[in-house]
Write a protein that binds this ligand. Structure first.
Ligand code: S3P
Length: 185
């Protein structure tokens, strides 16, 4: 851990379909934290679906909404923040999360991801002829960023409840090691 980093929140990063929202909700309830799901919050505030924002305004417009939300979250405390899969790829976003959150990456294999997303149609980036290849490409591009998390958790063989318990355990250890930094007052 970087000395001096406060952990007021937990941020979940990772690829589409790894279970950030589900695991995030469970971890939030174990900690008595509030869940913030960035995709959901953007949808609530704009009154539009993520897929519609991508289709009508383009991906850069969606990324700008994500980045604005990331800045706003710098003052959050007691939150589990489940991020959209591409959010940490925009320059500055991961650094911003690292300033206040214990960053956890949920990691799954290409095959697991594909099995989880194959019957879903709300993710514009995977609406291609060869989604497996697309997942592989994007994962390769994103993994150097995802790997910068404080805690990397493989979810291929873990249930959401097990993942949530692991995250809470790791978070408690990290905050117990530096109670003076655990600024949850
Ligand atoms: C995206 C992931 C999605 C959503 C958007 C773009 C990505 O969120 O933000 O479709 O770039 O990986 P989930 O990771 O919750 O599916």
């Amino acid at each position: 851990m970087t000395p001096g980093r406060p952990y007021r929140n937990i941020a979940l990063i990772g690829f589409m379909g790894v279970g950030k929202s589900t695991v995030g909700a469970l971890a939030a309830s174990l900690l008595n934290f509030e869940l913030i799901d960035t995709d959901k919050l953007i949808e609530e505030r704009t009154g539009r679906r993520v897929a519609d924002i991508f289709a009508t305004d383009g991906e850069p417009a969606f990324r700008a909404l994500e980045s604005a939300l990331v800045v706003e979250l710098e003052s959050a405390r007691g939150k589990v923040i489940a991020t959209g899969g591409g959010l940490p790829m925009t320059p500055g976003n991961l650094e911003s999360l690292q300033r206040h959150a214990y960053v956890v990456c949920l990691w799954a294999s290409v095959e697991t991801i594909y099995q989880r997303v194959r019957h879903q149609s709300h993710r514009p980036l995977l609406q291609t002829a060869d989604p497996v290849e697309r997942i592989r490409e994007l994962l390769t591009l994103r993994s150097p960023v995802y790997r910068q998390a404080d805690f990397l958790l493989g979810v291929d063989y873990r249930s959401p409840a097990e993942s949530a318990r692991s995250i809470v355990g790791a978070f408690r250890q990290a905050t117990a090691a530096h109670p003076e930094l655990h600024a949850l007052a």
